[in-house]
Write a protein that binds this ligand. Structure first.
Ligand SMILES: [Ca+2]
Ligand SMILES: [Ca+2]
Length: 391
């Protein structure tokens, strides 16, 4: 059995029982909050990876230093194979010589994440740092739960991208020294690069970061919860819009491919987005629709004042009652810059949207079957929009 098979089998065994438990943060009172490793085995195992050390061969510990000494293999615990590396009580640090392991080749190269699985009987805080010539280019503080093997991975891509850096050392630090023994088994690198959207703009995930990019117009990087307690999860992504949610200070972020960005209801503009959008956002227009065709949804969670316009997503909320609807959008205090309609209740099929006889080109179906329609230009008077789904 080669290395890849060994770890794939072991991860598979762990998935059922452990992933749920790993989702609960375990934090001791009085200590600074450690990041929770929210990426579980189940999520990690879909990515290509390479096992660097599995602590079976007697040569493996050569690449590892615990308290400045060569590491020791222990057969009482294992994540893969027969043995693991033991880090004795009282130890303050363990270092993996990535420079030796990747000697003669590029690092990180294609790999975005580097790290290891750890086991402790009780919850254990630890720091992980990727150091190049004594300088940390990536780092994270986490707390692993007790009684289960937990991956502690570090984004080694974000801090090194585009720089010609020599290969460094992966260091795991136990502040104040370990109060218990900790085992490490399987040091690995992983490539979790995923292009989520490539359609006029690109949304990709690499390491613990999302990059939202419209070539030549804007690029935004957003950290994921593994990299920051202010990190973002991707909730929705398509050709027109992406939505992120966070448990940090800022909770909601919506980005449109035209550069409109709304964070917790406040709009800013990325790149060359039109400034009229800023005035439109707090001054939405009014949608009128015949009852037999549908209704304005004033109760969506993202609509903070129940007027049918969602402050959090910058879209008018409409529920269709038929496959063919007509509605009027009337400006109130300010002109309406490229208004976005979000329509639920439409059947599947091709959609044709007209605005006063003009075909509306920018539409997108979301994963939840809702339709987004971006009306072109700036509306200064009541405007008729008709929409038809052909099945
Ligand atoms: Ca092993
Ligand atoms: Ca509203």
């Amino acid at each position: 059995m080669n290395h890849l098979n060994v770890i794939a089998v072991c991860i598979g065994v762990l998935v059922g029982g452990c992933s749920q438990k790993a989702a609960e943060p375990v934090v001791s009172a009085g200590e600074p909050l450690g990041l929770q490793m929210v990426r579980t085995e189940a999520q990690l195992k879909k990515y290509p990876f390479r096992t660097l050390l599995e602590f079976e061969a007697s040569t493996d510990p050569v690449f590892v230093k615990v308290e400045g000494e060569k590491g020791k293999i222990d057969r009482r615990r294992k994540h893969t194979g027969e043995g693991s590396l033991i880090i004795e009580r009282g130890s303050k640090a363990m270092a993996v010589r990535v420079d030796l392991l990747f000697s003669g080749s590029a690092f990180p190269g294609r790999w975005a994440l580097a790290g290891a699985y750890f086991y402790a009987e009780r919850p254990q805080r630890l720091g992980a740092v990727y150091e190049v010539q004594g300088t940390a280019v990536a780092g994270v503080n986490v707390q692993i739960p007790g009684g289960q093997w937990t991956p502690v991975m570090l984004d080694v891509a974000a801090g090194t991208e585009g720089k010609q850096l020599p290969i460094g050392v992966l260091r795991f630090v136990f502040d104040g020294g370990l109060g218990q023994a900790v085992w490490c088994d399987d040091v690995l690198v992983m490539d979790n690069t995923q292009v989520v959207v490539d359609s006029g703009w690109v949304i990709r995930e690499r390491g613990f970061e999302f990059v939202v990019e419209k070539a030549g117009v804007f690029t935004v990087a957003m950290k994921t919860p593994e990299a920051s307690d202010q990190g973002w999860r991707l909730e929705e992504a398509g050709a027109v819009r992406a939505r992120f949610a966070s448990k940090g200070k800022e909770k909601s972020c919506t980005i449109y491919s035209d550069g409109r960005r709304i964070v917790d209801g406040k709009m800013t503009l990325l790149g060359g987005a039109n400034a009229a959008a800023i005035e439109h956002h707090p001054n939405p227009g009014q949608v009128s629709i015949a009852t037999e065709m549908g209704r304005v949804d004033r109760n969506s969670a993202e609509d903070l004042n129940n007027d049918g316009y969602s402050e959090l997503t910058g879209a008018y909320q409409i529920v269709a009652a038929a496959p063919r609807i007509e509605l009027t959008l009337a400006p109130q205090a300010k002109p309406l810059y490229c208004p976005v309609l979000e329509i639920s209740g439409l059947p599947a099929g091709n959609v044709l949207v007209n605005m006063e006889g003009r075909v509306v080109e920018t539409t997108a179906r979301l994963a939840n079957a809702r339709l987004l329609v971006v009306l072109p230009g700036t509306l200064t008077r009541p405007t008729l929009v008709s929409l038809r789904v052909s099945q």
